[in-house]
Design a protein around this ligand. Structure first.
Ligand SMILES: [Ca+2]
Ligand SMILES: [Ca+2]
Length: 313
């Protein structure tokens, strides 16, 4: 009788994983309303010449061209908002239009035109890292910009402002949207082929002797980042499993073949410090009565505390 085994590995790595985010067709389903009041800058009901709902600061003025209103910011600074983050948000998506007019960089790297951002904790103190914000320099016409930012652990607020830290020049902002992003529901990515075709061992490398056998389990495995340190048990089927081509390292390698489930398509894998691998295989005929051992021959591991590989099946 053949035995079918399920093999599960938890691989923990402390460094952040850098993978390009895939476009998400259903992203709008998981975005909040716009958190910026009067984001298109068209509302000035009190006719004071300043956008309603915006904090008033020196150097920011409401202008209009061809019936469209926008905000012009001169050096130095700009109006800021501190936005509370809902508990189930995994990040924010920022969209805006920017136009720069003779923006000359200052001495520091951040002395440019930028939608400045800081994640803040419950005490309104900065939480690392500094986001790679939407920015501009020099001169260019209206440019549409968009980026999704992953919420770091501990962030309870997002401080964000239409700013100009440059030495010279003005920057114009319009159509600003900042939307909280909820984690999509956990669903598995369907396997690209029947399990029997995908995980059959007929074509696998193998080595046999009278008493021992080896068979290679390389190929497409199920893969799922662990969402937080509390996930030390293997997630059940239906809880956001995607796929990953073994052997390869997801540790900072942008070229690996990862097929993400929707749940972690944008945010989950970028901050993953651990991930689950899983697949089924049929113990080869003739191995009845033998002890079967699944071995990870090239699992990434270091002596740093907390980095480990767990075999659970
Ligand atoms: Ca406008
Ligand atoms: Ca006003």
């Amino acid at each position: 009788m053949q035995r079918v085994s399920r093999c599960l590995f938890l691989v923990v790595a402390l460094s952040a994983l850098l993978l390009a985010s895939a476009a998400c067709a259903q992203e709008a389903d998981y975005l909040s309303e716009n958190l910026i009041p009067n984001g298109d800058l068209e509302l000035d009901a009190d006719a004071d010449g300043y956008p309603d709902g915006w904090p008033r600061v020196e150097g920011a003025q409401l202008l209009s061209e061809d019936g469209n209103s926008f905000l012009r910011v001169s050096p130095y600074g700009g109006p800021n908002f501190e936005l509370p983050l809902e508990p189930d948000w995994i990040g924010v998506t920022v969209r805006l239009r920017m136009r720069c007019n003779g923006v000359v960089l200052g001495p520091e790297g951040w002395h440019d035109a930028r939608m400045v951002m800081s994640w803040n904790d419950a005490d309104h103190q900065h939480v690392a890292p500094w986001p790679d914000v939407l920015r501009g320099e020099g001169s260019f016409g209206w440019r549409r910009m968009e980026r999704t930012f992953t919420r770091p652990p501990g962030a309870q607020f997002l401080n964000i402002g239409a700013s100009n830290f440059a030495a010279e020049g003005t920057v114009d902002y319009d159509d600003i949207e900042v939307r909280g992003k909820r984690r999509p529901p956990l669903r598995d990515l369907p396997l690209p082929a029947p399990k029997e075709d995908l995980w059959g061992l007929e074509g696998a490398w193998r080595q046999e002797s009278a008493t021992r056998g080896k068979v290679c389990l390389n190929g497409l495995w199920q893969f799922r980042p662990a969402f937080g340190p509390e996930e030390i048990e293997a997630p059940p089927a239906g809880q956001g499993w995607g796929c990953f081509k073994v052997p390869a390292s997801w540790h900072g390698d942008r070229s690996v073949d990862v097929r993400p489930a929707l749940a972690w398509e944008d945010a989950g894998i970028a901050d993953a410090t651990a991930a689950w691998y899983g697949r089924e295989f049929t113990v080869p005929a003739g191995w009845d009565g033998r002890q079967a051992v699944a071995a990870a021959l090239a699992a990434y591991e270091s002596s740093a505390s907390g980095r480990e590989v767990r075999l659970t099946g």
